[in-house]
Design a protein around this ligand. Sequence first.
Ligand code: ATP
Ligand code: MG
Ligand code: MG
Length: 581
Amino acid sequence: ETLEVSNFLRQIIDADLAQGKHSKRLDSSGKPLPSVITRFPPEPNGYLHIGHAKSICLNFGLARDYSQALHGARCNMRFDDTNPSKEETEYVDSIIDAVRWLGFDWIHEGVEHQHYASDYFDQLYEFAEKLIEANKAYVDSQSADEIHKNRGNFTQLGTNSPFRNRSAEENLALFREMKSGKYPDGAHVLRLKIDMSHPNIVLRDPVVYRIRHAHHHRTGDKWCIYPLYDFTHCISDALENITHSICTLEFENNRPLYDWVLEALKEVGVFQDPLPKQYEFARLNLTYAITSKRKLLQLVEEKRVDGWDDPRLPTLVGIRRRGFTPESIRLFCERIGVSKADSWIDMSVLEQALRDDLDAKAERAFVVLKPLKLIIDNFDANHSEPCSAPKHPHHEDWGRREFNLSKELWIEEDDFMVEPIKGFFRLYPPANGEAGSRVRLRHGFVIECTGYDTDASGKVIAVHANYFPDSKSGTPESNNYKVKGNLHWVSAKEGIKAEIRVYDRLFTDPHPDSGDKNFLDAINQDSKQILNAYLEPSLKDAQAEQRFQFERHGYFVADRIDHTASNPVFNLCVGLKDTWK
Ligand code: ATP
Ligand code: MG
Ligand code: MG
């Protein structure tokens, strides 16, 4: 599948390519640079979620689709790791896994483009000094509160810091002392000298460096000053020769600052045209889901879910464990498209993408989720009748599943009713002088219900039936039997016991964290159910992470962590139909 749906970003890229905007660039060794270079820049402070998948499919997808552009195209993997206290190597590893799992890599012409903003700390520092020397940055010694207050707001202009007119020499000396560790956290910051009365608050002398005596996951204790996002991001983009820097809409106000920093560094001779440009797109908002890293962390830490890879979470490790395929997520991202207007995408769109992907590729199987014993009284207890079914209805070439029909079978509890409601065509016993219902046991025989057994409490514990020996599926005589019910079943002799985890949406509210709602109030208390089921014998070979359609139920995956041949565990990925409402 290739994403060829036009969107506003493609139009921008097409126009840039037509103009040859990025076509004459060379790298440091004199080799031509691709005319399209994007990047995916996560902060390694948590697990990626479905919203990130949109950004991944967009950035890596553009690189894939523009590979025919002059000198090719690529997407860099960049860890935006400038905040030492929240970032960890564990997150870096999980992010790498997730992006690879989605089917992307960052190798271009044999070279791996995996970068870390922290790799640029030396250059970022050097550029900050150049801006100080050019009188475009200054050390401010106001407290954080004062800086915040003096920035003003939408209705009030900012006021200049009393330290704004320090000389370049004084600023440089102070900045070097900040770097050398002379000052405690918060004593000074470095700010850009832009305009304290600019209508866009982002441009009111933004802070670009602060003192943080903290250990960094990659640079250790080398630094005690760290650059902030607005300074780091645009410079990282320029250093990596990014052409189109794509981010979410909340950074729209920061775009003039992005341009200001790069223009200022162009003036002091660091960068040259064409500079990278920032473009914003609408983030993914998914109903019945939470995509805030902080709230996801809270769900995990308060043990309201079973870890980051809980199949109910929209984390990529969670939806992978739930059984989503990389193809289904890429399909979902194609379907939702890319726009500049915020909107909500319904969870059912994600679920449908999975059904559409799995329908063509998941083998079929019989699994009885809520077993009830069916006894065929006129069937020889010693006989096993061989039956078979295609592994996939449209792929005879995949071969057939073999299983036996025997006197005692498991059927679904819900396929029997003592007193059938109107329109119930499955099993029910004789009543009022009428015979019991007739149904077909799929790929087996037609049976007629003759009665049922109950325990002392009145609960049905077994259903009785007789079969018609000349009704075997696939034989010409079977056509003489017309029945409305068509049930799946598993022989009690050969059914394999399995744990089935049936998941439902984690929240009962489509917008669990909108407005002033507490998302914890909307947790669905019945979102996980464990069933003891019986599998048809062919499933003994199921591999962890293999997906199946359990006929009449939905798509299931052998759990990638807990499933073994001796202890089978399957998760519900998604039901056959959208029955959630
Ligand atoms: P935080 O700011 O809490 O660290 P974040 O969601 O912004 O979290 P990043 O690691 O900065 O996470 O995100 C990496 C990239 O993924 C960014 O380019 C960001 O714009 C994009 N992204 C994050 N969330 C979404 C979303 N819901 N939809 C689309 N893109 C997203
Ligand atoms: Mg971020
Ligand atoms: Mg963010």
